[in-house]
Design a protein around this ligand. Structure first.
Ligand SMILES: Nc1ncnc2c1ncn2[C@@H]1O[C@H](COP(=O)(O)OP(=O)(O)OP(=O)(O)O)[C@@H](O)[C@H]1O
Length: 300
């Protein structure tokens, strides 16, 4: 079943086109990572899906309905981000109780065990929490609500490394026990790649790719060797990333569509072929230039 369907989704803020003609479909019970650089449009996309913002044009359907101001959609969806605010008069325990009246699958026992593990007191107030503790509480609400669609926007912002790891582990464990559709945004693919099944990469408001994590790991290949040989290989294909290694050597990343014959030919020319990590590849694909930051310092 399709949980999210976007067709030609566009969002314009004044003169800024935050999303430009994005189309994709998410099927149920998968964890998808929405990856993109600062300003790529991740928050805008997640807010439209979650019904907080209206699209400018195109179509978005969540559980086959338009999500904007739609109570039926919001009862089955939780959007977790750092802007989550709660009535100041309620303590954390009361917030959880109020959430349980809206989210019928909320597991209060799990929420309390997670609160205890992360040293959060049910009697504390949201406003008195540190940034990292607020994120931790918000993610506890997100996990224990067990909504059919859980949307996280940079859920670990402010958390220390230990809490981040624990959060992703808790999310994965609960997801395995209670499968649901999870869409989470991050700039840092290496932090989330172990729990992702699919990746949706956006760049400057446009969909760049949407594929299984396993396919992303095979998407590109790096060639390293003498610059004269590498230049020849680069001429024949689209280069995703390139850098000089000094002493007449270069490194390029290209799409992994080399034939067995080409691979043999490259090796015979003394070129080393290497895999490219999914994390590095996402950075290269979303760089503004194919040389990355080195281009700024290059005078030639
Ligand atoms: N309320 C707004 N008014 C005007 N422009 C906005 C508004 N919200 C976002 N934008 C612009 O839309 C674009 C996408 O912003 P968005 O916050 O969706 O990106 P993002 O990928 O979530 O970024 P980050 O990773 O930095 O949080 C940016 O150019 C941003 O400046």
């Amino acid at each position: 079943m399709n949980v999210i369907e976007c067709k030609g989704l566009t969002k314009v803020y004044g003169k800024t086109k935050a999303l430009n003609d994005i189309s994709f479909t998410l099927t149920e019970n998968k964890i998808t990572g929405l990856i993109g650089r600062n300003g790529a449009g991740k928050t805008t996309l997640l807010k439209i899906i979650s019904g907080y913002l209206k699209e400018t044009s195109g179509e978005v359907k969540v559980f086959s309905e338009s999500p904007f101001n739609n109570l039926k959609v919001s009862a089955n969806l939780i959007f977790v981000n750092e802007e989550m605010s709660y009535p100041g008069s309620l303590n954390l325990g009361e917030i959880l109780k109020a959430a349980a009246t809206f989210y019928e699958n909320l597991d209060m026992e799990l929420a309390e065990r997670l609160m205890n593990y992360f040293s959060l007191d049910l009697r504390q107030y949201h406003t008195s929490l540190s940034k990292g503790m607020r994120s931790t509480f918000n993610t506890i609400v997100g996990i224990s609500s067990r909504c059919a669609l859980t949307v996280y926007d940079e859920p670990t912002s402010g958390m220390d490394a230990g809490v981040r790891k624990d959060f992703y582990r808790a999310l994965l464990k609960d997801y395995i026990a209670y499968p649901r559709t999870i869409l989470l945004s991050s700039h840092l693919l290496n932090e989330v790649e172990d729990i992702l099944e699919d990746i949706l990469l956006i760049k400057s408001g446009e969909k760049y790719l949407h594929m299984a994590m396993g396919d992303l790991k095979e998407y590109a290949i790096a060639l390293s060797g003498r610059s004269v040989s590498i230049t020849k290989w680069a001429e024949e294909r689209k280069v995703i990333f390139q850098k000089s290694l000094g002493a007449g050597s270069s490194y390029i990343v290209v799409k992994n569509d080399l034939s067995a014959l080409e691979i043999e030919q490259a090796r015979n020319e003394g070129i080393e072929l290497m895999p490219v990590s999914a994390d590095d590849l996402c950075v290269y694909l979303t760089n503004k230039t194919i040389g990355g930051i080195d281009d700024v310092f290059s005078r030639s």
